[in-house]
Write a protein that binds this ligand. Structure first.
Ligand code: SF4
Ligand code: SF4
Length: 181
């Protein structure tokens, strides 16, 4: 992926994970290196409200995006900032930065702050996935329309089996609204 970072530094000031701080601590105790590094490098804001005050707009946007997920639980959410970000928005530990920083953004739906240089890339990638999902749905609708005795013509497969296969393919995108595309 092309590096589209404009070094605004916003993502280093509004970091969050799918796990609560307690869960991260537990994971670190159980040997997770990623959790250990995360706790060591990033500093938690005292509350979500504090994070909102420090990074207005940005924290709200992240919460909105996270809220679309079925398993979202506001009580689990902690925001962090990184003390290694310099005043010039450069990373003070660039060569040793954690894996999560190297991988960001992890995908088209990764929560990035408004105005992030990856916004356009994320939009294009989302659209590509939406197009694929639509094609699968169209394929199923066509198969249903031309089915003979519940079987897909030319395939050794029932429409029901095909529906299950297509549902499975669409499933990873369900939490992003795939069943409405
Ligand atoms: S928010 Fe986006 S553009 Fe800004 S520093 Fe992070 S990755 Fe770069
Ligand atoms: S380690 Fe560097 S890249 Fe990662 S959040 Fe901190 S300043 Fe940003």
């Amino acid at each position: 992926m092309q590096n589209l970072c404009m070094m605004c530094g916003k993502c280093c000031k509004s970091i969050t994970t799918n796990y609560s701080l307690d869960e991260l601590k537990q994971m670190a105790e159980q040997g997770s290196e990623e959790a250990r590094v995360f706790i060591e490098v990033f500093k938690p804001y005292k509350s979500v409200e504090d994070a909102k005050k420090a990074q207005p707009g940005q924290v709200e946007q992240i919460l909105r995006e996270l809220g679309q997920s079925e398993d979202f639980d506001i009580n689990k959410v902690t925001f962090y900032y990184c003390p290694n970000l310099g005043e010039d928005n450069k990373c003070g530990i660039y060569e040793q930065r954690p894996e999560c920083c190297r991988r960001a953004p992890t995908g088209p739906w990764a929560c990035m702050p408004p105005g992030c240089g990856f916004e356009g890339w994320q939009f294009e990638e989302r659209e590509k996935i939406k197009r694929k999902v639509r094609k699968l749905k169209e394929y199923l609708i066509t198969a249903e329309a031309i089915a003979e005795n519940g079987m897909v013509p030319g395939k050794d497969m029932s429409v029901e089996e095909l529906r299950k296969i297509i549902d499975e393919k669409i499933k990873p995108w369900k939490k992003f609204g795939a069943f409405l595309w």
